[in-house]
Design a protein around this ligand. Structure first.
Ligand code: SF4
Length: 494
Protein backbone atom coordinates (compact mmCIF):
# COMPACT_ATOMS: atom_id res chain seq x y z
CA UNK A 1 0.00 0.00 0.00
CA UNK A 2 1.54 3.17 -1.17
CA UNK A 3 1.83 6.70 0.01
CA UNK A 4 3.33 8.83 2.68
CA UNK A 5 2.75 8.70 6.41
CA UNK A 6 -0.28 7.18 7.99
CA UNK A 7 -1.43 9.57 10.62
CA UNK A 8 -1.66 12.07 7.87
CA UNK A 9 -2.77 9.37 5.55
CA UNK A 10 -6.02 8.27 4.27
CA UNK A 11 -6.54 4.77 5.57
CA UNK A 12 -5.66 1.73 3.65
CA UNK A 13 -2.09 2.73 3.30
CA UNK A 14 0.11 3.60 6.13
CA UNK A 15 3.52 3.76 7.56
CA UNK A 16 5.19 3.41 10.82
CA UNK A 17 8.70 3.40 12.13
CA UNK A 18 11.00 0.64 13.06
CA UNK A 19 14.51 0.43 14.36
CA UNK A 20 15.59 -3.00 13.27
CA UNK A 21 18.77 -1.99 11.51
CA UNK A 22 20.71 -3.28 14.46
CA UNK A 23 18.51 -6.29 15.14
CA UNK A 24 20.98 -9.00 16.10
CA UNK A 25 18.74 -11.55 14.42
CA UNK A 26 18.95 -9.78 11.10
CA UNK A 27 21.02 -12.17 9.03
CA UNK A 28 21.12 -13.45 5.47
CA UNK A 29 18.82 -16.39 4.97
CA UNK A 30 19.30 -19.67 3.13
CA UNK A 31 17.06 -18.73 0.23
CA UNK A 32 19.10 -18.81 -3.00
CA UNK A 33 19.94 -15.36 -4.22
CA UNK A 34 19.64 -14.87 -7.99
CA UNK A 35 22.78 -14.68 -10.04
CA UNK A 36 23.63 -11.86 -12.36
CA UNK A 37 22.14 -13.67 -15.32
CA UNK A 38 18.99 -15.03 -13.73
CA UNK A 39 16.87 -11.93 -13.46
CA UNK A 40 15.74 -9.96 -16.44
CA UNK A 41 13.34 -7.58 -14.69
CA UNK A 42 15.95 -6.16 -12.36
CA UNK A 43 16.95 -2.53 -12.40
CA UNK A 44 20.47 -2.10 -11.06
CA UNK A 45 20.64 0.42 -8.24
CA UNK A 46 22.68 3.51 -8.93
CA UNK A 47 25.08 5.04 -6.43
CA UNK A 48 23.74 8.44 -5.38
CA UNK A 49 26.32 9.28 -2.75
CA UNK A 50 29.58 7.97 -1.36
CA UNK A 51 30.45 8.80 2.25
CA UNK A 52 33.77 10.54 2.80
CA UNK A 53 36.57 8.31 4.14
CA UNK A 54 34.35 5.23 3.75
CA UNK A 55 35.43 1.87 2.28
CA UNK A 56 33.45 2.80 -0.85
CA UNK A 57 35.35 6.04 -1.31
CA UNK A 58 38.69 4.38 -0.68
CA UNK A 59 37.81 1.80 -3.33
CA UNK A 60 37.04 4.54 -5.84
CA UNK A 61 33.29 4.08 -6.18
CA UNK A 62 31.63 7.04 -7.86
CA UNK A 63 28.20 8.65 -7.89
CA UNK A 64 26.37 7.31 -10.94
CA UNK A 65 27.96 3.85 -10.82
CA UNK A 66 25.45 1.03 -11.27
CA UNK A 67 25.79 -1.86 -8.82
CA UNK A 68 25.38 -5.07 -10.81
CA UNK A 69 26.22 -7.64 -8.16
CA UNK A 70 27.88 -8.20 -4.82
CA UNK A 71 30.08 -11.28 -4.52
CA UNK A 72 28.43 -12.61 -7.67
CA UNK A 73 24.91 -12.19 -6.38
CA UNK A 74 22.30 -9.75 -7.60
CA UNK A 75 20.43 -8.26 -4.66
CA UNK A 76 16.71 -7.83 -5.27
CA UNK A 77 16.32 -4.98 -2.85
CA UNK A 78 18.16 -2.83 -0.38
CA UNK A 79 17.59 -5.38 2.38
CA UNK A 80 19.48 -8.06 0.48
CA UNK A 81 22.09 -5.55 -0.66
CA UNK A 82 22.71 -4.56 2.93
CA UNK A 83 23.17 -8.17 3.96
CA UNK A 84 25.64 -8.82 1.18
CA UNK A 85 27.82 -5.76 1.75
CA UNK A 86 27.76 -6.41 5.46
CA UNK A 87 30.35 -9.15 4.95
CA UNK A 88 34.08 -8.47 5.05
CA UNK A 89 35.73 -7.40 1.79
CA UNK A 90 32.75 -7.73 -0.58
CA UNK A 91 33.51 -7.68 -4.31
CA UNK A 92 31.26 -5.43 -6.34
CA UNK A 93 30.55 -5.65 -10.06
CA UNK A 94 29.97 -2.09 -11.19
CA UNK A 95 28.95 -0.53 -14.49
CA UNK A 96 30.42 2.91 -15.13
CA UNK A 97 29.26 4.30 -18.45
CA UNK A 98 29.95 1.49 -20.94
CA UNK A 99 32.59 -0.15 -18.79
CA UNK A 100 32.10 -2.99 -16.30
CA UNK A 101 34.49 -2.92 -13.34
CA UNK A 102 35.25 -5.14 -10.38
CA UNK A 103 35.69 -3.18 -7.17
CA UNK A 104 36.90 -4.72 -3.93
CA UNK A 105 35.64 -2.96 -0.81
CA UNK A 106 38.28 -3.44 1.85
CA UNK A 107 36.24 -3.45 5.04
CA UNK A 108 35.52 -5.39 8.21
CA UNK A 109 32.36 -7.48 8.52
CA UNK A 110 29.63 -5.21 9.85
CA UNK A 111 31.45 -2.01 8.87
CA UNK A 112 29.32 0.39 6.81
CA UNK A 113 30.30 0.48 3.14
CA UNK A 114 29.41 4.17 2.76
CA UNK A 115 27.22 3.81 -0.33
CA UNK A 116 23.79 5.28 -0.79
CA UNK A 117 21.76 3.82 -3.62
CA UNK A 118 18.91 5.18 -5.68
CA UNK A 119 16.02 2.87 -4.83
CA UNK A 120 14.73 0.45 -2.21
CA UNK A 121 13.55 -2.28 -4.57
CA UNK A 122 15.74 -3.34 -7.48
CA UNK A 123 13.13 -5.69 -8.93
CA UNK A 124 9.52 -4.65 -9.36
CA UNK A 125 7.42 -3.43 -6.47
CA UNK A 126 4.70 -5.97 -5.78
CA UNK A 127 1.44 -4.22 -6.48
CA UNK A 128 -1.84 -4.87 -4.79
CA UNK A 129 -4.50 -7.01 -6.46
CA UNK A 130 -7.30 -5.80 -4.20
CA UNK A 131 -9.94 -3.23 -5.08
CA UNK A 132 -11.05 -1.98 -1.70
CA UNK A 133 -14.05 0.31 -1.66
CA UNK A 134 -12.30 2.54 0.85
CA UNK A 135 -8.97 2.71 -0.99
CA UNK A 136 -7.78 6.30 -0.99
CA UNK A 137 -5.71 5.85 -4.10
CA UNK A 138 -8.91 5.46 -6.11
CA UNK A 139 -10.05 8.73 -4.55
CA UNK A 140 -7.07 10.83 -5.60
CA UNK A 141 -7.74 13.62 -8.05
CA UNK A 142 -6.22 13.23 -11.50
CA UNK A 143 -2.92 14.85 -12.40
CA UNK A 144 -0.85 14.08 -9.30
CA UNK A 145 2.62 12.50 -9.38
CA UNK A 146 2.44 9.02 -10.93
CA UNK A 147 4.11 7.42 -7.93
CA UNK A 148 1.16 8.42 -5.76
CA UNK A 149 -1.16 6.17 -7.76
CA UNK A 150 0.90 3.02 -7.16
CA UNK A 151 -0.98 0.49 -5.02
CA UNK A 152 1.82 -1.49 -3.44
CA UNK A 153 1.25 -4.56 -1.35
CA UNK A 154 4.84 -5.61 -0.78
CA UNK A 155 6.03 -7.06 2.53
CA UNK A 156 9.44 -5.49 1.93
CA UNK A 157 7.91 -2.02 1.98
CA UNK A 158 6.06 -3.04 5.10
CA UNK A 159 9.40 -3.85 6.74
CA UNK A 160 11.26 -0.86 5.34
CA UNK A 161 8.63 1.85 5.62
CA UNK A 162 5.83 0.47 7.74
CA UNK A 163 3.37 0.26 4.85
CA UNK A 164 0.48 -2.04 5.66
CA UNK A 165 0.13 -5.20 3.59
CA UNK A 166 -2.97 -7.35 3.17
CA UNK A 167 -0.81 -10.46 2.50
CA UNK A 168 -3.01 -11.42 -0.46
CA UNK A 169 0.13 -11.70 -2.61
CA UNK A 170 2.33 -13.20 0.06
CA UNK A 171 3.88 -16.59 -0.77
CA UNK A 172 5.63 -19.48 0.92
CA UNK A 173 8.96 -18.17 -0.39
CA UNK A 174 8.20 -14.77 1.12
CA UNK A 175 7.51 -16.41 4.46
CA UNK A 176 10.78 -18.31 4.31
CA UNK A 177 12.66 -15.12 3.61
CA UNK A 178 10.92 -13.09 6.32
CA UNK A 179 11.63 -15.76 8.89
CA UNK A 180 15.20 -16.39 7.76
CA UNK A 181 16.13 -12.71 7.62
CA UNK A 182 13.99 -11.78 10.62
CA UNK A 183 12.20 -9.00 8.74
CA UNK A 184 10.39 -7.76 11.79
CA UNK A 185 8.19 -5.89 12.58
CA UNK A 186 5.66 -6.07 9.75
CA UNK A 187 2.38 -4.22 9.40
CA UNK A 188 -0.74 -6.08 8.28
CA UNK A 189 -4.15 -4.80 7.23
CA UNK A 190 -6.70 -7.03 8.93
CA UNK A 191 -9.99 -5.13 8.50
CA UNK A 192 -12.00 -8.20 9.49
CA UNK A 193 -11.30 -11.69 10.77
CA UNK A 194 -14.52 -12.91 9.11
CA UNK A 195 -13.22 -14.44 5.86
CA UNK A 196 -16.35 -13.58 3.88
CA UNK A 197 -16.40 -9.96 5.03
CA UNK A 198 -12.65 -9.55 4.53
CA UNK A 199 -12.85 -10.87 0.95
CA UNK A 200 -15.76 -8.55 0.32
CA UNK A 201 -13.93 -5.52 1.70
CA UNK A 202 -10.81 -6.26 -0.34
CA UNK A 203 -12.88 -7.32 -3.34
CA UNK A 204 -10.55 -10.24 -3.65
CA UNK A 205 -11.36 -13.87 -2.89
CA UNK A 206 -7.83 -14.33 -1.52
CA UNK A 207 -8.76 -11.90 1.21
CA UNK A 208 -10.69 -14.77 2.79
CA UNK A 209 -7.59 -16.88 3.27
CA UNK A 210 -4.54 -14.60 3.32
CA UNK A 211 -4.64 -14.09 7.10
CA UNK A 212 -3.21 -17.61 7.32
CA UNK A 213 0.09 -15.87 6.62
CA UNK A 214 -0.46 -13.68 9.65
CA UNK A 215 -0.74 -16.83 11.73
CA UNK A 216 2.45 -18.17 10.16
CA UNK A 217 4.35 -14.92 10.78
CA UNK A 218 3.30 -14.88 14.41
CA UNK A 219 4.23 -18.56 14.74
CA UNK A 220 7.65 -17.64 13.38
CA UNK A 221 8.13 -15.00 16.07
CA UNK A 222 7.72 -11.99 13.78
CA UNK A 223 6.38 -8.88 15.49
CA UNK A 224 3.26 -7.80 13.63
CA UNK A 225 1.17 -4.67 14.05
CA UNK A 226 -2.33 -4.74 12.58
CA UNK A 227 -4.82 -2.18 11.45
CA UNK A 228 -8.56 -2.26 10.93
CA UNK A 229 -9.86 0.40 8.57
CA UNK A 230 -13.35 0.81 9.95
CA UNK A 231 -16.05 1.63 7.41
CA UNK A 232 -19.50 2.61 8.66
CA UNK A 233 -22.10 -0.10 8.23
CA UNK A 234 -19.53 -2.44 6.74
CA UNK A 235 -17.17 -3.63 9.47
CA UNK A 236 -18.20 -1.51 12.45
CA UNK A 237 -20.75 -2.44 15.13
CA UNK A 238 -21.14 -6.20 15.63
CA UNK A 239 -18.63 -6.87 12.82
CA UNK A 240 -15.96 -4.93 14.70
CA UNK A 241 -16.79 -6.89 17.86
CA UNK A 242 -16.37 -10.11 15.89
CA UNK A 243 -13.03 -8.94 14.49
CA UNK A 244 -11.62 -7.97 17.87
CA UNK A 245 -12.82 -11.25 19.35
CA UNK A 246 -11.22 -13.02 16.39
CA UNK A 247 -7.90 -11.26 17.00
CA UNK A 248 -7.85 -12.21 20.67
CA UNK A 249 -8.85 -15.75 19.82
CA UNK A 250 -6.75 -16.44 16.72
CA UNK A 251 -3.91 -13.91 16.81
CA UNK A 252 -3.27 -13.07 20.47
CA UNK A 253 0.45 -12.54 19.77
CA UNK A 254 -0.37 -9.55 17.54
CA UNK A 255 1.60 -6.61 18.96
CA UNK A 256 -1.10 -3.98 18.37
CA UNK A 257 -4.30 -3.49 16.40
CA UNK A 258 -5.24 0.03 15.39
CA UNK A 259 -8.83 0.94 14.55
CA UNK A 260 -8.70 3.82 12.10
CA UNK A 261 -11.47 5.56 10.17
CA UNK A 262 -11.58 5.41 6.40
CA UNK A 263 -10.71 8.56 4.51
CA UNK A 264 -13.37 9.75 2.08
CA UNK A 265 -12.31 12.37 -0.40
CA UNK A 266 -14.64 14.38 -2.62
CA UNK A 267 -13.39 12.25 -5.53
CA UNK A 268 -14.74 8.93 -4.29
CA UNK A 269 -16.88 6.98 -6.73
CA UNK A 270 -18.05 4.51 -4.11
CA UNK A 271 -21.58 5.40 -3.05
CA UNK A 272 -21.49 3.16 0.03
CA UNK A 273 -18.40 4.84 1.47
CA UNK A 274 -19.08 7.77 3.78
CA UNK A 275 -17.43 9.31 6.84
CA UNK A 276 -18.43 8.20 10.33
CA UNK A 277 -21.04 10.21 12.19
CA UNK A 278 -20.15 11.45 15.67
CA UNK A 279 -22.35 8.72 17.16
CA UNK A 280 -20.60 6.05 15.08
CA UNK A 281 -17.21 7.38 16.16
CA UNK A 282 -18.31 7.21 19.79
CA UNK A 283 -19.47 3.63 19.26
CA UNK A 284 -16.05 2.65 17.87
CA UNK A 285 -14.36 4.20 20.92
CA UNK A 286 -16.71 2.34 23.26
CA UNK A 287 -16.00 -0.96 21.50
CA UNK A 288 -12.24 -0.42 21.53
CA UNK A 289 -12.14 0.61 25.18
CA UNK A 290 -14.28 -2.38 26.15
CA UNK A 291 -11.88 -4.68 24.32
CA UNK A 292 -8.89 -2.97 25.90
CA UNK A 293 -10.28 -4.03 29.28
CA UNK A 294 -10.83 -7.57 28.02
CA UNK A 295 -7.31 -7.74 26.57
CA UNK A 296 -5.73 -6.31 29.71
CA UNK A 297 -7.38 -9.06 31.69
CA UNK A 298 -6.74 -11.87 29.22
CA UNK A 299 -3.34 -10.88 27.80
CA UNK A 300 -1.98 -8.31 30.22
CA UNK A 301 -1.90 -5.56 27.58
CA UNK A 302 -4.37 -3.41 25.70
CA UNK A 303 -3.54 -4.64 22.20
CA UNK A 304 -6.26 -2.56 20.48
CA UNK A 305 -6.35 1.23 20.13
CA UNK A 306 -8.63 3.79 18.50
CA UNK A 307 -7.28 6.52 16.24
CA UNK A 308 -7.20 10.10 17.48
CA UNK A 309 -9.67 11.05 14.76
CA UNK A 310 -12.39 9.11 16.54
CA UNK A 311 -11.94 11.15 19.71
CA UNK A 312 -12.03 14.37 17.71
CA UNK A 313 -15.13 13.27 15.81
CA UNK A 314 -16.92 12.15 18.96
CA UNK A 315 -15.71 15.26 20.82
CA UNK A 316 -14.36 13.12 23.63
CA UNK A 317 -11.11 13.70 25.54
CA UNK A 318 -8.15 11.63 24.38
CA UNK A 319 -7.07 8.78 26.68
CA UNK A 320 -4.14 9.54 28.98
CA UNK A 321 -0.69 9.21 27.40
CA UNK A 322 -0.04 6.08 29.49
CA UNK A 323 -2.98 4.36 27.79
CA UNK A 324 -1.01 4.31 24.53
CA UNK A 325 1.70 2.03 25.94
CA UNK A 326 4.64 3.84 24.37
CA UNK A 327 2.81 4.90 21.18
CA UNK A 328 3.69 1.88 19.02
CA UNK A 329 1.31 3.04 16.27
CA UNK A 330 1.99 6.75 16.64
CA UNK A 331 2.41 7.26 12.92
CA UNK A 332 -0.93 5.61 12.27
CA UNK A 333 -2.62 8.40 14.24
CA UNK A 334 -2.85 6.44 17.49
CA UNK A 335 -2.03 8.73 20.39
CA UNK A 336 -0.43 11.38 18.22
CA UNK A 337 -2.27 14.19 20.02
CA UNK A 338 -1.19 13.02 23.47
CA UNK A 339 2.41 12.49 22.34
CA UNK A 340 2.44 15.97 20.82
CA UNK A 341 1.03 17.44 24.01
CA UNK A 342 3.62 15.62 26.15
CA UNK A 343 6.48 16.79 23.95
CA UNK A 344 5.11 20.32 23.92
CA UNK A 345 5.06 20.18 27.72
CA UNK A 346 8.75 19.27 27.82
CA UNK A 347 8.85 15.46 27.51
CA UNK A 348 11.38 15.13 24.72
CA UNK A 349 10.98 11.36 24.63
CA UNK A 350 7.50 11.91 23.17
CA UNK A 351 8.76 14.14 20.34
CA UNK A 352 8.23 11.51 17.68
CA UNK A 353 7.42 13.82 14.79
CA UNK A 354 7.62 12.14 11.43
CA UNK A 355 10.32 9.58 11.79
CA UNK A 356 12.44 8.59 8.84
CA UNK A 357 12.08 4.91 9.66
CA UNK A 358 14.41 2.06 9.07
CA UNK A 359 16.08 3.83 6.18
CA UNK A 360 17.60 6.41 8.45
CA UNK A 361 19.99 3.80 9.77
CA UNK A 362 20.53 1.58 6.77
CA UNK A 363 23.77 1.91 4.95
CA UNK A 364 22.93 1.92 1.29
CA UNK A 365 19.33 3.05 1.63
CA UNK A 366 18.11 5.68 -0.76
CA UNK A 367 17.53 9.18 0.53
CA UNK A 368 14.34 9.46 -1.47
CA UNK A 369 11.38 7.18 -1.64
CA UNK A 370 8.27 6.79 0.43
CA UNK A 371 9.85 8.11 3.60
CA UNK A 372 11.95 10.77 2.02
CA UNK A 373 13.50 13.29 4.33
CA UNK A 374 11.54 16.41 4.99
CA UNK A 375 12.96 19.79 4.31
CA UNK A 376 14.04 22.46 6.73
CA UNK A 377 14.09 25.10 4.06
CA UNK A 378 12.28 28.39 4.39
CA UNK A 379 10.57 29.88 1.40
CA UNK A 380 11.85 32.92 -0.38
CA UNK A 381 9.98 35.72 -2.11
CA UNK A 382 10.04 38.38 0.58
CA UNK A 383 12.33 39.30 3.44
CA UNK A 384 12.29 36.90 6.40
CA UNK A 385 10.30 38.35 9.30
CA UNK A 386 11.99 39.56 12.47
CA UNK A 387 12.40 36.93 15.19
CA UNK A 388 9.92 38.76 17.42
CA UNK A 389 7.28 38.99 14.69
CA UNK A 390 3.81 37.56 15.38
CA UNK A 391 3.74 33.78 15.01
CA UNK A 392 1.14 31.94 12.96
CA UNK A 393 1.00 28.13 13.02
CA UNK A 394 -0.29 26.57 9.81
CA UNK A 395 -2.22 23.36 10.42
CA UNK A 396 -5.06 21.18 9.21
CA UNK A 397 -8.51 21.29 10.77
CA UNK A 398 -7.82 18.31 13.05
CA UNK A 399 -4.46 19.78 14.01
CA UNK A 400 -6.18 23.01 15.01
CA UNK A 401 -8.42 21.11 17.41
CA UNK A 402 -5.35 19.59 19.08
CA UNK A 403 -3.14 22.68 19.04
CA UNK A 404 -5.75 25.23 20.13
CA UNK A 405 -5.70 24.31 23.83
CA UNK A 406 -1.88 24.05 23.84
CA UNK A 407 -1.21 27.53 22.51
CA UNK A 408 -3.23 29.40 25.11
CA UNK A 409 -0.14 30.67 26.94
CA UNK A 410 1.50 32.08 23.82
CA UNK A 411 0.71 34.91 21.42
CA UNK A 412 0.80 32.49 18.53
CA UNK A 413 -2.23 32.25 16.31
CA UNK A 414 -3.46 29.22 14.41
CA UNK A 415 -4.13 29.21 10.70
CA UNK A 416 -6.35 26.16 10.13
CA UNK A 417 -6.36 25.27 6.44
CA UNK A 418 -9.40 23.58 4.95
CA UNK A 419 -8.50 20.76 2.59
CA UNK A 420 -10.31 21.71 -0.60
CA UNK A 421 -7.90 19.72 -2.75
CA UNK A 422 -9.16 16.37 -1.46
CA UNK A 423 -12.42 17.54 0.09
CA UNK A 424 -14.60 15.03 1.92
CA UNK A 425 -13.56 14.28 5.50
CA UNK A 426 -9.85 14.86 4.89
CA UNK A 427 -8.74 17.16 7.70
CA UNK A 428 -5.34 15.85 8.79
CA UNK A 429 -2.36 18.17 8.46
CA UNK A 430 -0.19 15.77 6.50
CA UNK A 431 -2.58 15.75 3.55
CA UNK A 432 -2.57 19.52 3.15
CA UNK A 433 -1.54 20.53 -0.33
CA UNK A 434 0.44 23.58 -1.36
CA UNK A 435 -2.57 24.87 -3.27
CA UNK A 436 -4.71 25.01 -0.14
CA UNK A 437 -1.91 26.42 2.03
CA UNK A 438 -1.20 29.09 -0.60
CA UNK A 439 -4.87 30.04 -0.70
CA UNK A 440 -4.94 30.44 3.09
CA UNK A 441 -1.68 32.41 3.16
CA UNK A 442 -2.72 34.74 0.35
CA UNK A 443 -5.01 36.70 2.66
CA UNK A 444 -2.56 36.75 5.57
CA UNK A 445 -0.54 39.87 6.35
CA UNK A 446 3.20 40.01 5.59
CA UNK A 447 5.72 40.30 8.40
CA UNK A 448 4.53 37.36 10.53
CA UNK A 449 6.46 34.15 11.15
CA UNK A 450 4.47 31.39 9.47
CA UNK A 451 5.34 27.94 10.87
CA UNK A 452 4.65 24.97 8.60
CA UNK A 453 4.92 21.39 10.00
CA UNK A 454 7.23 19.27 7.90
CA UNK A 455 4.67 16.46 7.73
CA UNK A 456 3.09 18.36 4.82
CA UNK A 457 6.21 17.88 2.72
CA UNK A 458 8.18 15.09 1.18
CA UNK A 459 11.56 16.10 -0.17
CA UNK A 460 10.43 19.70 0.03
CA UNK A 461 7.21 19.24 -1.95
CA UNK A 462 3.57 19.14 -1.00
CA UNK A 463 1.48 16.28 -2.35
CA UNK A 464 0.39 18.42 -5.29
CA UNK A 465 4.00 19.16 -6.22
CA UNK A 466 4.01 22.74 -4.90
CA UNK A 467 7.23 23.76 -3.13
CA UNK A 468 7.50 26.18 -0.22
CA UNK A 469 9.09 28.78 -2.45
CA UNK A 470 5.82 28.90 -4.40
CA UNK A 471 3.85 30.05 -1.33
CA UNK A 472 2.83 33.71 -1.15
CA UNK A 473 4.50 34.20 2.27
CA UNK A 474 7.83 32.91 3.59
CA UNK A 475 7.30 29.94 5.90
CA UNK A 476 9.55 28.27 8.45
CA UNK A 477 9.35 24.50 8.10
CA UNK A 478 9.60 22.84 11.50
CA UNK A 479 9.59 19.18 12.59
CA UNK A 480 6.10 17.93 13.40
CA UNK A 481 6.40 17.38 17.12
CA UNK A 482 5.47 19.32 20.23
CA UNK A 483 9.02 19.94 21.34
CA UNK A 484 9.98 21.54 18.03
CA UNK A 485 6.88 23.70 18.01
CA UNK A 486 7.61 24.96 21.50
CA UNK A 487 11.16 25.87 20.49
CA UNK A 488 9.94 27.56 17.33
CA UNK A 489 7.47 29.65 19.32
CA UNK A 490 10.41 30.88 21.36
CA UNK A 491 12.21 31.79 18.19
CA UNK A 492 14.74 28.98 18.57
CA UNK A 493 15.13 25.84 16.54
CA UNK A 494 17.24 23.79 18.98
S1 SF4 B 1 -6.92 -1.54 -2.96
FE1 SF4 B 1 -6.99 -1.92 -0.76
S2 SF4 B 1 -5.15 -3.08 -0.30
FE2 SF4 B 1 -4.86 -2.14 -2.32
S3 SF4 B 1 -3.79 -0.21 -1.93
FE3 SF4 B 1 -5.98 0.22 -1.95
S4 SF4 B 1 -6.61 0.08 0.22
FE4 SF4 B 1 -4.63 -0.91 0.03
Amino acid sequence: MAFSTPAQNPRGEASSTRSTATDPGYRPGPEPIPTATSLSCMSAPRVVSVAPASPAQRAGLQVGDELLSVDGRVPRDVIEYRLLVDDADPELEVRRGHEDLTVLLAKEAGELAGIEVSSALFDRVRTCDNHCEFCFIYQLPKGMRRSLYVKDDDYRLSFLYGNFTTLTRFTELDLERVLAERLSPLFVSIHSTDPVLRARMLRNPRGATSLRWLRALLDGGIEVHGQIVVCPQVNDGPALETTLAGIVDEYPELATAACVPLGVSAHTTEPAMRPHTAAEAAAVIDTVEEWQSICLEALGRRLVYAADEYYLLAERPFPAAEAYDGFPQHENGIGMARAFEAAFGGDRSSAYGVRPGFFAAVDGAPAGGYRAPRTTASSAGEAAPAPRAPVVVITGEYGAAVLGPLLGWSDARLLPVRNDFFGGNIAVTGLLTGTDVARALATEPPGARYLLPDVCLSEGRFLDGVVVDDLPRPVEVIPTDGHSLRLALRGSCR
